[in-house]
Write a protein that binds this ligand. Structure first.
Ligand code: AMP
Length: 281
């Protein structure tokens, strides 16, 4: 496993690796866990070389405290990656490499999906995501890039970005990896107390309940049910719950047989913001 700390050295190394070989890419913000590793393992199975980037991208944070407190565990991350079998190139750039002049995002028109859910609650988030992922795709030029359904809206944004920027890469969506108690794995879980960690399991449990009741309940009944579950839990605070049409991420008011729906939750455990989602039909 080799570690590259700037884009020039990575580009140079990749030029020798590229010859008729498949390159897989997994962008991350580090503080790696089994969710990230599942993406890397899939990439290793499907490619000759895999690039894993570790970079906490400031422009996708709308909250200075969240950025400052975001867990950074580079030593442990390198240890986890080196325990995997296969050739991994780790890319850990400095902020000045990605943003040589000003730490600002480019603006993207993703056709409307950027204004739903996370876009409403984290202003500028998807411009930041598009900026960093475009930069990384231009350097790595992967054949396949792997993203988790944990960030389902982000996955749709990336697919749109590939169309917009005409990147020659196939985007592979990967399933959500969960803790034993059902909580979706996340780097931010490292900031939870033991009690918050246990209590936060109600997020996925509530989604699971909605999934089970989806056939027999109306959408407004399900919206009410979720509100009640959170009102009767004083440790986890609901930011939003939405049932959306998977195709355009628009909020569903009524169910239509031909559509596929997904439920999304964002909630706070103290200052820690957690998100999760689940297919419903
Ligand atoms: P992050 O480091 O949070 O930016 O995540 C990097 C990638 O890992 C993104 O594509 C995430 O969707 C994915 N990811 C994060 N957590 C999980 C999880 N629990 N299961 C599957 N993929 C995940």
């Amino acid at each position: 496993m080799n570690i590259y700390t700037n884009s020039d050295s990575l580009s140079l190394a990749l030029s020798t690796y590229r010859d008729n070989k498949k390159i897989g890419f997994v962008p991350t913000m580090g503080a790696l866990h089994k969710g990230h590793l599942s993406l890397v393992q899939r990439a290793l199975q499907e490619n000759d070389w895999v690039v894993v980037s570790i970079f906490v991208n400031p422009t996708q944070f709308d909250n200075a405290g969240d950025l400052e407190k975001y867990p950074r565990t580079l030593k442990e991350d390198i240890g986890l990656l080196s325990s995997l079998k296969g050739t991994i190139l780790v890319f850990t750039p400095e902020i000045s490499d990605i943003y040589p002049k000003k730490v600002v995002s480019k603006q993207f028109d993703y056709g409307g999906i950027e204004f739903e859910m996370e876009g409403k609650h984290r202003k500028g988030h998807f411009d930041g995501v598009g900026t960093i992922v475009s930069f990384l795709f231009k350097i790595v030029q992967p054949n396949f890039a792997y993203f988790g359904e944990k960030d389902f809206q982000q996955l749709q944004i990336i697919k749109k970005l590939v169309q917009l920027e005409k990147f020659q890469v196939e985007i592979v969506g990967c399933p959500i990896i969960r803790e034993k108690n059902g909580l979706a794995m996340s780097s931010r879980n490292k900031r939870l107390s033991k009690e918050q960690f246990e209590k936060a399991a109600m997020i996925s449990k509530t989604l699971e309940e909605v999934r089970k009741k989806f056939k027999t309940h109306t959408i407004s009944q399900l919206n009410e049910l979720v509100k009640e579950r959170f009102l009767s839990n004083d440790s986890i605070e609901l930011e939003y719950f939405e049932i959306v049409n998977e195709k355009n991420l628009k909020t569903a008011k009524r169910k239509h047989k031909k559509n596929t729906y997904r439920g999304f939750i964002a909630a706070f455990a103290g200052p820690v913001r957690l998100i999760d989602n689940m297919p419903l039909n």
